[in-house]
Ligand binder design. Structure first.
Ligand SMILES: [Zn+2]
Length: 496
């Protein structure tokens, strides 16, 4: 890792216990770790200096819960919503064509050609894409604008107009294949990681289903090594890390601490929306159903015990209060450690046990905004126990924040703003008595680094504003250009 001298920063004391210098200082990162903090540090020979001009320095942010293949796939679409003419769409396609790597296609979506003054032609699309296949799917899904390379790739006759209705529906599976290929290339991951670094993110836990450790190793070596990644495993692949003797936290590639073994993920119940989250009380619209567990008590204990014996932490998805309670009992009996993912509905007495066991709550605050109506409809009278982050902190349960991308956008500032504001579109905050302070939400987003100081990792983000003095709206806005520099182990991964 290259060394770095940050000049003129104000260090934000994320944790109330952190002692950060009051004025403007310099920060030196050597071998991936902060080695000096002070006024007017001298620049070692050959070390790059970055002048932050008095901006605010925080430890880099983490997203504790992502599904990166799904997120990358979605993010690899070209968003054509709001285009008002073929010319506007073509301009966006032309820009995308300049970033495409060999073997990729351009998949555009969201435009409404019916609102344009005319439809575009294949020749026009060819003129900005050359030989790169391009497929622009109209928002109603009833037609698509394909260039000649795409028509050839999915074996449709050449033409100069759209592919419509039955012909399009029949061709779509072949298009989808092209889309999947494009959305999972190393280049697609690199673009996603670059965009994520621009939010001040330095690391993520990847809970993608069906990913093998090998996938990330090859991807990493193909240049997708921008941010720290913890790769989770599922029960069906648990024997892979065990066979290699990998414990949670171990590097997946020797000598690189940025790509590491994550936890075992267990999905112990369902979700609120599908009425499968396992609850102590029935769903309001179905008095016979409390949801259901996905494993028998013995199966759950078997998995936790196996992971514990192998040195792996366990992240147990539990959304309903019964699932949370049963998962905690299984942790207690097996000695396993780790997290409860979601913990969306809890009983207050269970939080005492959770704190005693040292189990972390991995919470996705943007879901507070998404699930408000559904919760009032399906779990009436239980809203005060949903996303109960205040009770968690009061009980001594550690919290980490995440997005569950692509369920919510991979944006820690959205998560922080939702944890603090618990509202969207100017509505009254939803159960504000459970809200976190900005400081608490930041503590839950920086992977346990209380502030930046000597000995802390060179995982840093320089912000345009002081987050501790920001309003909820200003916090959310940091995602739109408010991060001027991001470093991982002192290596610059974003600079605006
Ligand atoms: Zn998830």
């Amino acid at each position: 890792m290259p060394d770095l001298l940050l000049r003129n920063v104000r260090i934000v004391p994320i944790s109330p216990r952190a002692d950060a210098p009051a004025g403007i200082v310099d920060v030196l990162v050597v071998d991936g770790v902060v080695s000096a903090v002070g006024e007017g540090l001298s620049r070692p020979v050959g070390v790059e200096a970055y002048d932050a001009g008095g901006r605010w320095l925080v430890p880099g942010l983490w997203d504790a819960h992502t599904h990166l293949a799904q997120w990358t796939l979605g993010a690899s679409r070209l968003d054509l919503r709001g285009t008002r003419s073929p010319a506007e769409a073509l301009a966006l396609v032309a820009a995308a064509a300049r970033q495409v790597e060999p073997g990729e296609a351009i998949i555009g979506m969201g435009h409404s050609a019916g609102t344009w003054d005319r439809w575009g032609t294949v020749a026009e699309l060819d003129s900005v894409t050359g030989g790169v296949p391009a497929i622009l799917v109209n928002h109603d899904f009833h037609h698509a604008w394909l260039n000649t390379a795409a028509l050839d790739a999915v074996e449709l006759p050449r033409r100069d107009d759209m592919v419509e209705e039955m012909e399009w529906f029949e061709a779509y599976p072949r298009v989808a294949e092209l889309f999947e290929t494009t959305g999972s290339t190393p280049a697609a991951y690199r673009r996603m990681l670059t965009r994520t670094a621009a939010l001040g993110v330095v690391g993520m836990t990847d809970f993608e289903v069906g990913v093998r450790l090998y996938d990330w190793r090859t991807r990493w070596e193909a240049g997708c090594d921008l941010l720290r990644i913890r790769v989770a495993t599922y029960a069906d692949q648990l024997d892979d890390p065990i066979a290699e003797g990998l414990c949670t936290g171990d590097p997946l590639l020797p000598g690189d601490d940025r790509l590491t073994m994550g936890p075992l993920k267990i999905i112990s119940d369902g979700s609120l929306g599908t009425r499968t989250a396992w609850c102590c009380d029935p769903y309001a619209d179905d008095p016979d159903s409390c949801g259901a567990p996905n494993q028998s008590p013995d199966e759950l204990r078997g998995l936790l015990g196996k992971a514990y014996a192998a040195g792996l932490e366990v992240s147990t998805h539990a959304i309903g209060d019964r699932a949370v309670s049963e998962a905690l009992a299984a942790y207690a009996e097996t000695g396993a450690r780790g997290r409860i993912e979601h913990a969306q509905l809890v009983r207050r007495e269970d939080l005492q046990m959770m704190a005693r066991l040292g189990i972390t709550a991995s919470v996705q605050p943007a879901h507070i905004l998404d699930d408000r109506e559904m919760t009032e409809g399906l779990w009436p009278g239980r809203e005060d126990r949903c996303f109960a982050t205040r009770w968690m902190l009061d009980a001594g349960v550690p919290i980490v924040l995440g997005s569950d991308a692509p369920v919510a956008p991979l944006d820690p500032w959205l998560a922080i703003a939702a944890a603090v504001g618990r509202s969207r579109d100017g509505r009254q905050p939803w159960h504000p008595e459970q809200a976190l302070t900005v400081q608490e939400a930041l503590v839950a987003s920086v992977n346990g680094q209380p502030t930046v100081g000597v000995g802390s990792l060179g995982d840093l983000a320089v912000l345009d504003i002081d987050p501790l003095r920001a309003s909820v709206a200003d916090l959310a806005a940091i995602a739109r250009g408010g991060v001027v520099l991001t470093t991982v182990g002192g290596r610059v991964v974003h600079r605006s």
